[in-house]
Design a protein around this ligand. Structure first.
Ligand code: NAD
Ligand code: DAU
Length: 341
C-alpha cells in the first residue's frame, strides 16, 4: 500500500482521514478524488494543500473513464471509498443521487479495481444498514441488512456489491460500518454542527419528535484510526463495526452541546419527526476491539470538543450557511419550525 485513492476525500470524514494518513505515513501518497458536491469542500484540506504527497482530482465516481485515468496516472494500489450522498433527510426529499453515487458509483470503483488489479478496496459503510435496533440488542457484522431510509438502502446496496466482488472475483475488499461521526469539517446539515452553529447564532434547535432517539456519537479521528487499522490488519472480505458502545439520547447530546457553548435550553424546539426515523442504532464493537482498537473519546468529550471547534472556526461554517444551505434549511425546517409554535 503506497498510493491511496481516497474517493469523497473532500467531505467530512474523508478529509479528516486524509490529514490523519498523511501525518501518520510519511511514505504514502494520497490522491483525493471528489466530485465536490455541496458537501465537498477544499477548505477541509487547506492544511495539507502544500503537501507534495497529496493530490486532488475533481471527478465523479460514476465516471468509469475518469476513475481509470486517475488510477493509472497516480499508480493507485488502494481505494478507500468515502464518496456518497450522506444526509438521511435529503435522501427522503430526493433519493436519486443517493442511488447513483452509492450504488452505481461503488460498482464503478469495484470494477476498476478488478480490471486494473488493485491491492485493496475499502468501503466506508454505516451502522444504518442494520436498520432500527430494538432495546437490549447490538448489531454484529453478520446480521442481516435491513435498511429503512433511501440513504441506508443505498449504502446497504454498496455493501452487498462489495461482498459480491469478494466472493465472485476474489477482489481484496474490506468494509467498516461506523456510527455517527462528529468533529471538524462536518457540513452543518448534520445534527451536531447544525445545532452548534444555530446555538452560536441564538437560533432554535429543531429536535425531531420527542428527541429520545439513540445514537452513538463518536469522534471522527477515532473512526479514522479504526479504518486505518482495518486497512492494515483487517481480514479480507470482512466487515468491522466502528462505534463507541456508548449510546446516547439526542436530548442528552443537545444538553451537553448547549452547556459546552454556554447557551440556554430555551433554544430547543420539538418539531415534526423525520419519516421512518430509526429510533436506535447500537453496534457490537468486539470485532474491531479484538484487532486492538478502542475509542479515545467518550461521546461527551467528542460533543464538547466538536462544539468548541465550531465556536472557534466561524471562517469555515459561516460561508457554507450563507450559500445553498439557506434554501435547504427553509425547505427542511421552515414549515416544521412555523408549526412548532
Ligand atoms: P460528506 O457528505 O461530508 O462527504 C461526502 C463526499 O463525497 C463529498 O466530498 C462529496 O463531494 C463526495 N461525493 C459525493 N458524490 C460523489 C461522486 N459521485 N463522486 C465523487 N465524490 C462524490 O460525508 P461524510 O459524512 O464524510 O461521510 C463519508 C462516508 O462515510 C460516506 O460513505 C458515509 O455514508 C459514511 N459514514 C458517515 C457517517 C457520519 O456520521 N457522517 C457515519 C458512518 C458512515
Ligand atoms: O449512523 C451513521 C449515520 O449518521 C451516517 O451513516 C450518516 O451519513 C449520517 O448523516 C448520520 O445519520 P443520522 O441520520 O443519524 O444523522 P443526523 O445528524 O441527520 O441525525 C442524528 C439524529 O438527530 C437523528 O436521530 C435525527 C436527529 N435530528 C437530526 C437533525 C438534522 C434532529 O433531531 N434534528 C435535526 O435537525
Amino acid at each position: 500500500m503506497k498510493n491511496i485513492l481516497v474517493t469523497g476525500g473532500a467531505g467530512f470524514i474523508g478529509s479528516n482521514f486524509v490529514i490523519y494518513m498523511l501525518d501518520k505515513y510519511p511514505d504514502y501518497n494520497i490522491i483525493v478524488y471528489d466530485k465536490l458536491t455541496y458537501a465537498g469542500n477544499l477548505d477541509n484540506l487547506l492544511e495539507v494543500s502544500d503537501e507534495p504527497r497529496y493530490r486532488f482530482v475533481k471527478g465523479d465516481i460514476c465516471d468509469a473513464t475518469a476513475v481509470a485515468d486517475a488510477i493509472k496516472k497516480y499508480a493507485v494500489d488502494t481505494i478507500v471509498n468515502f464518496a456518497a450522498e450522506t444526509h438521511v433527510d435529503r435522501s427522503i426529499m430526493d433519493p436519486d443521487a443517493f442511488v447513483k453515487t452509492s450504488v452505481y458509483g461503488a460498482y464503478v470503483l469495484l470494477e476498476a479495481a478488478r480490471e486494473l488489479g488493485l491491492e485493496r478496496v475499502h468501503q466506508i459503510s454505516t451502522d444504518e444498514v442494520y436498520g432500527h435496533i430494538p432495546a437490549g440488542y447490538s448489531s454484529v457484522e453478520t446480521d442481516p441488512l435491513v435498511p429503512r431510509s433511501p440513504y441506508a438502502a443505498s449504502k446497504a446496496s454498496a455493501d452487498l456489491m462489495v461482498n459480491a466482488y469478494f466472493v465472485t472475483y476474489g477482489l481484496p475488499v474490506t468494509m467498516t460500518r461506523g456510527s455517527n461521526n462528529i468533529g471538524p469539517y462536518q457540513y452543518p446539515e448534520k445534527v451536531v454542527p447544525l445545532f452548534a452553529t444555530n446555538a452560536l447564532d441564538g437560533e432554535p434547535l429543531p429536535v425531531y419528535g420527542d428527541g429520545r432517539q439513540m445514537r452513538e456519537y463518536q469522534y471522527v479521528i477515532d473512526h479514522c484510526e479504526a479504518i486505518d487499522l482495518v486497512l492494515h490488519r483487517g481480514k479480507l472480505g470482512e466487515a468491522y463495526n466502528i462505534g463507541t458502545g456508548e449510546e446516547m439520547e439526542n436530548l442528552t447530546m443537545v444538553e451537553i452541546l448547549l452547556q459546552a457553548l454556554d447557551k440556554s435550553p430555551d433554544l430547543i424546539r420539538h418539531v415534526a419527526d423525520r419519516p421512518g426515523h430509526d429510533r436506535r442504532y447500537s453496534l457490537d464493537i468486539s470485532k474491531i476491539r479484538a484487532l486492538g482498537w478502542q475509542p479515545r473519546h467518550t461521546a461527551e468529550e467528542a460533543i464538547i470538543k466538536t462544539a468548541h471547534w465550531y465556536k472557534d472556526n466561524e471562517w469555515w461554517w459561516r460561508k457554507i450557511k450563507s450559500g445553498e444551505f439557506k434554501a435547504y434549511y427553509q425547505a427542511q425546517y421552515g414549515k416544521r419550525l412555523a408549526e412548532s409554535g
